[in-house]
Every structure is written in C-alpha cells, then in structure tokens.
Design a protein around this ligand. Structure first.
Ligand code: NAD
Length: 260
C-alpha cells in the first residue's frame, strides 16, 4: 500500500521505532532509520529488518539533540536524491527526577530530542510533501502528552508540546494532502522502559516488581503493557490513504489509561 513512498523513522533502531520501520517496510515503503549510534552498532538491527519483505531499510546517523546534526543528515540525504513522503518522529529519551533535582542540561536535551527535533525535521520535509500533494507526519507522543506523572517534568512538557506542534502542522497543511497526527501510547515494554526501572525504584522507594505493578501497570486498566506491534499497526494505518481525513489529532493507545 505504501510502494513508492519514502519514510524516515527517527530513533528507529530499537523498541517502538524499530517496530514501525518493520511495519512500513512490509507495507512497501522505502524506510530510513535514524539514530545517534554508529553504523556497526545498528547493523544487527538492519540485518534483522531486511529479512522481512519490502525494500531494503537503510540507516542515517545523526544525534537528534542538536539542530546542526539534523541539517547535516537531511542535506546529505538530499544530495543522494532522497526526500521523504512519511516522517515518523519517534526518537525520545526519559529522565526521572523531581524538578528540584532535575539537571538543567537534561531538561534542555530532552526538549531538543523529544520535541524540537520534530519541528526541525518537519521544516525539512514539508516543502517536498507539499509539492507532491501527499504527506504523512506521525509524532510518537505518549499518554504523558495528555496526563502527567511526578518526576518526569521534561518528558511530560515535551510530550504535551508535541501535541500542540501536531495541531499546527495539520492546520497549516490541511489543503495540501498532508496529515499530521500524534500517537499516545501507554507503557510499552522497550529498552527505554527497562532503563528507567532502576530510577523509578529509587525515587519511589519500591522494588522492580512493585514499580511494574504499582507505577507502570496501575494506570493502565488493561493491566498489560501495550505491544510494539500495536503501535506499529496504527502508524501504518495513519499512513494509508483511508486515513486522509484524520489530521491534527492524537490517538491514545494506552489500555484505557487516559479514559479515567
Ligand atoms: P527506545 O529507548 O527503545 O528507543 C529509542 C530510540 O531512539 C533508539 O533507536 C535510540 O538509539 C534512539 N535515540 C536515543 N537518543 C538519540 C539521539 N540523541 N539521537 C538519535 N537517536 C536517539 O525507546 P522506545 O520506548 O521505543 O520509545 C520510542 C518513542 O516512544 C519515544 O519517543 C518515547 O517517548 C515514546 N513512548 C514510549 C513509551 C514506552 O512505554 N516505551 C510509551 C509512550 C511513548
């Protein structure tokens, strides 16, 4: 369904981004995955992806915490005649600390990676999409784009912010065949969540099992982690032509978390 389309997935070498890359590839898109890692770091992920049907997936390295890196990556891709019909702003990091102890540099880094990179990349891809009269921007936000939790100030602020950016991009390009939407997953078991377990144990004074049950799954009425494939499937749907009237919205995929 996406044959002939070219897609960029930021933070596409792990977790949700990797799952989205696989889904878009099997739908026929030419996919480029990005991360800050080295090509040899990501080779195993690429080899694994390329076992699946669809055009070969390629890698574009750039650390999304700096505007200049994003420009360099996009300029290099442009020189290779690559322009994007689909942009999935998926990259995101977490840091768990009360505001009073939250390092200013971490705040700035999270805002750059989780929010500003989507703005910079949207600036790059929108002119091509507009010329083609077709485009899809999907911002992977979070349930934390809709509601808050303690100790995640930068993450929650960035995720609330990206819902605003999503709406503006949708309005500015509503007549151009371009849609822009946000997906708001609840807890998905990925390396990002695994890595925050230890910090959550520390700030809450709980064991790992207690954090999983009382902090992560407690707000999700289904009491289950959301699956990577579920987020990937929704992303694929939003890229399709039948999703052409869905724009400027946020779709929760959170086991009922934000229904409360
Ligand atoms: P993950 O840690 O498994 O993957 C993150 C990806 O981003 C990796 O490919 C990593 O290499 C890349 N990355 C990290 N820092 C980077 C940088 N500076 N520059 C470029 N790439 C960088 O994370 P995940 O859980 O798959 O999360 C993906 C997105 O989904 C994030 O935006 C996250 O906020 C969001 N999300 C995750 C959950 C969850 O429970 N896992 C829930 C809601 C939203």
């Amino acid at each position: 369904a996406l044959a002939g389309k070219c897609a960029l997935v930021t933070g596409g070498t792990s977790g949700i981004g990797l799952g989205i890359a696989k889904r878009l590839k099997t739908l026929g898109a030419s996919v480029i995955i990005n991360s800050h890692e080295t090509p040899s770091d990501v080779q195993p992920a690429l080899d694994d992806l390329n076992k699946h049907d669809g055009p070969d997936v390629r890698f574009a390295q750039a650390d999304m915490s700096a505007h200049v890196n994003i420009d360099e990556m996009m300029d290099a891709l442009k020189r290779d005649q690559i322009s994007f019909d689909i942009l999935v702003n998926n990259v995101g990091i977490q840091h768990v600390k009360p505001i009073v102890d939250f390092p200013v540099e971490k705040w700035q880094q999270i805002l750059e990676i989780n929010l500003s990179s989507s703005f910079y990349l949207s600036k790059h891809v929108l002119p091509h999409m507009k010329a083609k009269k077709w485009g899809r921007i999907i911002n992977i936000a979070s349930a934390h784009g809709l509601v808050a939790s303690a100790y995640k100030s930068a993450y929650v602020a960035a995720k609330h912010g990206i819902l605003g950016l999503t709406k503006v991009a949708a309005l500015e390009h509503a007549e151009d065949g371009i849609t822009c939407n946000a997906i708001c997953p609840g807890y998905v078991w990925t390396p990002l969540v695994e890595q925050q377990l230890a910090d959550q144990c520390k700030v809450h004074g709980l064991s790992k099992q207690e954090v999983i049950e009382n902090i992560m799954l407690q707000p999700q009425p289904t009491k289950k982690f959301v699956q990577i494939d579920e987020v990937a499937e929704l992303t694929g749907f939003l890229c399709g032509d039948l999703a052409g009237s869905i724009t400027g919205t946020s779709l929760a995929i959170d086991g009922g978390w934000t229904a409360r």
